[in-house]
Design a protein around this ligand. Sequence first.
Ligand SMILES: [Zn+2]
Length: 434
Amino acid sequence: MIDPVALLQQMIRYDTTNPPGNEHDAVRHIESILKEAGIETQLFALDSARPNLIGRLPGTGTAPPLLMHAHIDVVPTAHQPWTHDPFGGEIIDGYIWGRGALDMKGGAVMMVDAMVKLAASGEKPAGDIILAIVADEEDGGNLGARFLVEQHPEVFAGVRYAIGEFGAFPITLAGVRFYPIQIAERVSVKFDLTMRGEGGHGSLPVHGEAMARLGRTLRRLDRKRLPVHIVDANRMMLEAMIEHTGGAPQRALRSLLSERTAAATLAALRSQLGVLEPVMRNTVSPTIVQGGTKDNVIPSEVRLQLDGRMLPGLTAESFAQEVQHLVGRHVEVSHTTESISALREPDMGLFDLLAAIVKERDPQGVPVPFLLPAVTDGRWFNQLGIQHYGFLPMSLPDDFAFQKTVHAANERIPVTALHHGCESILDLLRRYRG
Ligand SMILES: [Zn+2]
């Protein structure tokens, strides 16, 4: 029988750092486990070193197929102060250590484990269970989820709901243990800012030109915030939180529901509500500065790139206008975005079952719909009309800062959390009725 702990240790030991990815061996390993369990598999690859695996367990056909998707690539570990080998997969003090333990080889293992155990039990699920183990999520998904959705959409025919990263682990806020379950995510928009001015010889200084404009722009970006927007996903999230809090925290959350009062509340309560900041507004982070080619030549043009993230339901054009307004008219602003069609409203049809599974394991916990500030492969499956839920249930100790170890040093998962996830997902597969 499959041992999820040993399987996660093995998965971590395959170095699937993306770039370059090299997901092949890890994917073939999972393929062999599925085959051994009698589960039908198919491989789809744009690059043979980076295949995607589909496993399918037939259901009785009384419900549409249910999709589980997990990426098997990971982000780099270079220049990070790791205490233990990031590709060692060691078990230390009850944690499995290594890159991908949380994001998201741990999640992939939960899905594989649940599917294999369901197959072994002989029980037939209501709908086919489709497992997609994909490459390339951490570098845009072009060889992974995007490729599958665009070139092999027939694989996902009839699917209405999917689970994947992230959600269903505890975050304590205002004394309440919330379990956010992702129902929507922000959209990535890249900005290119150009600042121009008089150039010349380094021995003859200029003032107020391109470099000074860069300084002023960075200062504005640091000090100011873009406007707050209430969209479906953050409204549903706030309403659910308001229902389960009281007193001052409840009043604060309620004031976030109004675009008129939200910005002031966020500014006043940054230490408590900072975690909500990126789900209440579009944001931009300056990431790359380019300017100057020689130490004695004053550049007449300096460029600044911003990593922009937009709330679902807004347009990139309106986002660009917000950025232009913030940086001022002396800066030229251009933007590019993934050609993804408009996001639909969240389809909450599976939410109650997911919430029930969480709640049965923690009666004091409060599952809430969640708008993820980042992007996941969920956006690609959205293109097929599939509602993605972030659902990788984990029990975590109160002092474990999930957000601080994902993509960072010392990524690790409690052994108990991995088992919790395996059991919760198996429960979902058994109870899913469409
Ligand atoms: Zn991930």
